[in-house]
Design a binder for this molecule. Sequence first.
Ligand code: ADP
Ligand code: MG
Length: 353
Amino acid sequence: MSGIIQLLPERTANQIAAGEVVQRPASVVKELLENAVDAEATSIKLYIKNGGCTHIQVDDNGKGMNAFDARMCWERHATSKITKAEDLYNLHTLGFRGEALASIASVSEVEMKTKNATESAGTRIVVNAGNLETQENTAATQGTSITVKNLFYNLPARKNFLKSISVETKHIFEEYQRIALAYPAIGFEFYNQDKNLSKLKGGTLKARIVELFNLKEDELIDATEETEIVNISGFIGSPKLTKRTRGNQYLFANGRFIKDHYLNHAISSGYGGLLEDKSYPFFILFLEVDPAKIDVNIHPTKHEVKFEDGRHVYTLLQSVIKKTLGAHFVIPTDTQLHNALGYSNTASNNPSN
Ligand code: ADP
Ligand code: MG
């Protein structure tokens, strides 16, 4: 007996997965940069053209792949990073789904060159809309270079959703900044239309922030706290360094950029009265928690994670900010403020009143 239910072909399934993983060129950039970081590269170069819509290329000097892996990595659920679901609770890499490359390849034209440390020849692979077109030996140095051309060329409906070149370029630059901040020891270069936009050499986090945002060192205040539940490290901007928009607020959890309004609020409230009305503090803070106490598996791209002990992290963040600012700036107490404003303070000083 036959029914009406059928299994979707692999290529269709990949295209559907791509709907989640690949929303725009910046999503491709994020996945490729993260793979290069996971491959332990010390130098990563990003090249884009036309907002990444026609050309995205990421070259790294990481581990590279042998010929077998070079073919395998384009399959869905192909990953070297986990082997069982429990591994998700002990995750030390950015990737784990094994979905990114299969999804990207299903909606673009991809070329990869890769070589690992042991094989003498490298491998060149061409995948077009999910079809493997070429696999051959090639001369290559250790590392991986992946070029993604004409994103969504086979899905015109998705292509129509792309914004202007300048908007897409801006999104890409944001992803680049986030990864560059999270991995200051790695050297990064960014080229747009063959023009170099950014060249960051590997070094300290402070040096990276100063270089990326064109700041002075003394505008940054070191914020560190170690507790049993979470380690906090990074820099917060002096209260002068505030902005009218939320632009420069970066929070990372175990090396991943996260968007968390709740925790951002903890930081802003830690500034208390030092912030002008409707202004936002500058911060680049890293939270390190036991991977078992954080769920990164909520959404493939939505920069969201769930902390087992979110409230505790909130309180800690808030108090670290207060303490850090308190050590650098004289924060007037309420009583001092009252005195300065010429109010009588007898009421607050005299318990019998
Ligand atoms: P995930 O990162 O979730 O494992 P991907 O689809 O992004 O899934 O990549 C699949 C696999 O291909 C990775 O697990 C890794 O083994 C390999 N890979 C991808 N990019 C690189 C790279 N730049 N260098 C070395 N290996 C890579
Ligand atoms: Mg990946």
